[in-house]
Design a protein around this ligand. Structure first.
Ligand code: NAD
Length: 285
């Protein structure tokens, strides 16, 4: 399939980075946000991040200018219109995502592929919202998108082999390394990562070790770039709790029960970096 025009819906942390990468890699990219102010803010962030890359010498000034020329903003998929590929990166709410997929379905070129960047929602259910679910797939980018190499590609029950092959090739065109998973709760990334974080929180709650030593053991002992408690603070403890909930409900297995200390931290509003404190303290944003 010949993909030239791309629509990215949602211009927050992830959508911003996704639109940045598509525009930089030569795709005509329209970033759709909920209103014009948010769209302008998202475009300004992309411009600032491209400037930073150009200053570092990762990209040339000409590449930056060309990427900005290829980037447009809109406030609905209909306004973007006629795209051959779309990726949705709006807030993690199932009904919102289904609504966006119906709008994408109506606005896309015939046979367009529609992808979601969801971390934890059932892609099979999102796919069921459109006319041809065989063209729906998960394309799970990692944060920060311009830097992280992995794209976890998730096949819904209905995803066709053609759709999968096209998205696998697309990820490579973006300079990413794709890895495939099926649409089961947490896919692979969060099914492995979140129980590890949850277990680290149990170690802290039970007094097995201090927060610093838990993180040190996993950093130096397992060559992880960041300890699990610090990583949880960066992801957001509310997000970690929500994903543990998805695993717990999805598999109905007590091994995924969220640690009571994780619940308590969220109840206390200690959500991590974004709230100024989680397991560690951070300057207020
Ligand atoms: P975010 O809150 O930073 O951004 C969501 C954006 O969606 C907001 O800017 C919001 O204005 C926009 N939005 C809401 N309704 C909209 C609508 N109707 N039309 C257009 N835009 C709309 O969230 P995020 O962290 O970027 O996460 C987005 C998705 O990516 C979620 O599904 C999340 O699970 C997934 N994800 C997040 C991360 C991460 O590290 N943050 C990593 C991988 C995947």
């Amino acid at each position: 399939m010949n993909i030239q025009k791309v629509c990215v819906v949602g211009g927050g942390t992830m959508g911003n980075g996704i639109a940045h990468v598509f525009a930089l890699k030569g795709f005509e990219t329209t970033l759709v946000e909920a209103n014009a102010d948010l769209a302008a803010k998202a475009a300004a962030t992309i411009s600032k991040n491209l400037d930073r890359q150009a200053a570092k010498g990762t990209i040339s000034a000409a590449e930056k200018d060309a990427a900005l020329k290829r980037l447009k903003t809109a406030t609905s998929p209909a306004e973007a219109g006629g795209f051959q590929f779309a990726v949705e990166a709006v807030s993690e709410k199932l009904e919102l995502k289904k609504t966006i997929f119906r709008a994408l379905d109506a606005a896309a070129a015939p046979d367009a592929i529609l992808a979601t960047n969801t971390s934890s929602l059932p892609i099979t259910e999102i796919a069921a919202a459109v006319k041809d679910p065989s063209r729906v797939i998960g394309m799970h980018f990692m944060n920060p998108v311009p830097v992280m190499k992995l794209v976890e590609i998730i096949r819904a029950l209905q995803t066709s082999d053609e759709t999968y092959a096209a998205v696998d090739a697309l990820a490579k065109t973006l300079g990413k390394t794709p890895a495939c998973a099926k649409d089961f709760p947490g896919f692979v990334s969060n099914r492995v990562l979140m129980p590890m974080i949850n277990e680290a929180i149990y170690c802290l709650m039970e007094g097995v070790s201090s927060r610093e030593d838990i993180d040190q053991i996993m950093k130096l002992g397992m060559a992880h770039p960041m300890g699990p408690l610090q990583l949880a603070d960066y992801i957001g403890l509310d997000v970690c709790l929500a994903i543990m909930g998805v695993l717990h409900e999805g598999y109905a297995d007590s091994k995924y029960r969220p640690c009571p200390l994780l619940k308590q931290m969220v109840q206390a509003g200690r959500l991590g970096v974004k709230s100024g404190g989680g397991f560690y303290d951070y300057p207020r944003r």
